[in-house]
Design a binder for this molecule. Structure first.
Ligand SMILES: NC(=O)c1ccc[n+]([C@@H]2O[C@H](COP(=O)([O-])OP(=O)(O)OC[C@H]3O[C@@H](n4cnc5c(N)ncnc54)[C@H](OP(=O)(O)O)[C@@H]3O)[C@@H](O)[C@H]2O)c1
Length: 295
């Protein structure tokens, strides 16, 4: 499994395992979570994607309950903050909102460290752009958690280029990534400037829901799936692996974040890295994704 440098001294596995759905699994016992992580590690997938809000602010604790010190040292943890929904520890919130204040960021980091039973977060992301953001305050808070050694790198998620430049303009620490929705089902980022912006700066994007959150397997996408299946048969992998390989093939150095809860599927996530896709195959698949040939 290839690795990508996120910041000097910190690199991630090219494919990341996402834990948004961790709490949806019928089995959230530590042994089961450890089995999922082990299945990832067997394939060289060492990077785990979390957020404070996942599982109604419970998913970080589910992970923490499974993490022995030894296991913690074998993985990198990404987590996020700024979404405040009236649930869990924020059940008194009157409205779902974003909070990029210093106080919220510092408190979120402490919650995440405690719940995941760790002394460091490898990468902290601002989860959603906050229309009420004071970029000086947010930028300084992110610099502060890095300087304190609690967070090794910082980045953003779902930011547009102008959100990125606003926040970065008030920070000393370089932002390391933007985690955006990107898949054969949601591919605007390839043409609306989001990927180009990161590519120009040499910043590796992270792609959430690389299988469209499962919608790639809906009956309406039969045509696209047949194409993926055909390419997969030529390379001895399944349709899902081809969909992920399509992202890996892109020169922007995308890190797909897969979220299956199924142990058999987890054990095959790495198959995508076995397939090196050429330009015409990439466009054959893209043509099926957009429903017509390019102009
Ligand atoms: N930054 C953000 O705003 C944001 C937003 C959303 C997600 N994320 C991150 O991205 C990660 C991945 O998101 P995701 O879970 O939506 O990604 P995904 O990998 O695109 O979708 C996973 C879903 O697809 C289903 N699936 C996978 N393979 C399948 C197959 N062959 N046939 C049928 N269904 C299949 C899975 O069901 P099974 O579990 O049954 O396999 C699961 O429900 C999350 O865990 C989270 O870390 C970030």
């Amino acid at each position: 499994m290839d690795r990508i440098q996120i910041t000097p001294g910190l690199d991630f596995s090219r494919i990341v395992y996402g834990m948004w759905r961790l709490g949806d699994d019928d089995n959230t016992a530590p042994e089961h979570v450890q089995a999922k992580i082990s299945a990832c590690l067997d394939q060289g997938i060492t990077t785990m994607d979390q957020a404070d809000i996942y599982g109604g602010y419970m998913a970080e604790e589910i992970l923490g309950n499974a993490l022995t010190p030894d296991l913690r040292n074998k993985i990198e943890i990404v987590t996020k903050c700024d979404i405040v929904a009236p649930a869990g520890r924020y059940d008194k919130a009157r409205v779902k909102h974003y909070d990029t204040s210093r106080a919220h960021i510092l408190a979120s980091v402490e919650h995440s460290l405690r719940l995941m039973k760790t002394d460091r977060i490898d990468l902290l992301l601002i989860h959603r752009p906050d229309p009420f953001m004071d970029h000086h305050e947010t930028g300084a808070a992110l610099d502060e958690v890095v300087a304190a050694g609690k967070v090794r790198a910082v980045g953003v998620s779902n930011f547009r280029p102008w959100d990125w430049t606003l926040l970065q303009s008030a920070m000393k620490t370089p932002l390391s990534t933007n985690q955006i929705e990107l898949s054969l089902m949601t591919h605007d980022a390839f043409t609306n400037g989001d990927i180009a912006f990161l590519q120009e700066r040499g910043i590796p994007p992270m792609a959430w829901s690389p299988l469209g959150g499962g919608t790639l397997f809906a009956s309406s996408r039969e045509d696209l799936r047949k194409e993926l299946k055909k390419v997969g048969e030529e390379h001895g992998v399944d349709a899902a692996a081809v969909a992920v390989a399509w992202l890996l093939a892109h020169p922007a150095r995308i890190l797909p974040v897969l979220g299956t809860n199924n142990l058999d599927r987890i054990a095959r996530i790495g198959d995508a890295a076995k397939l090196k896709m050429d330009r015409e195959t990439w466009f054959e698949i893209y043509t099926h994704a957009i429903g017509h040939e390019v102009a």
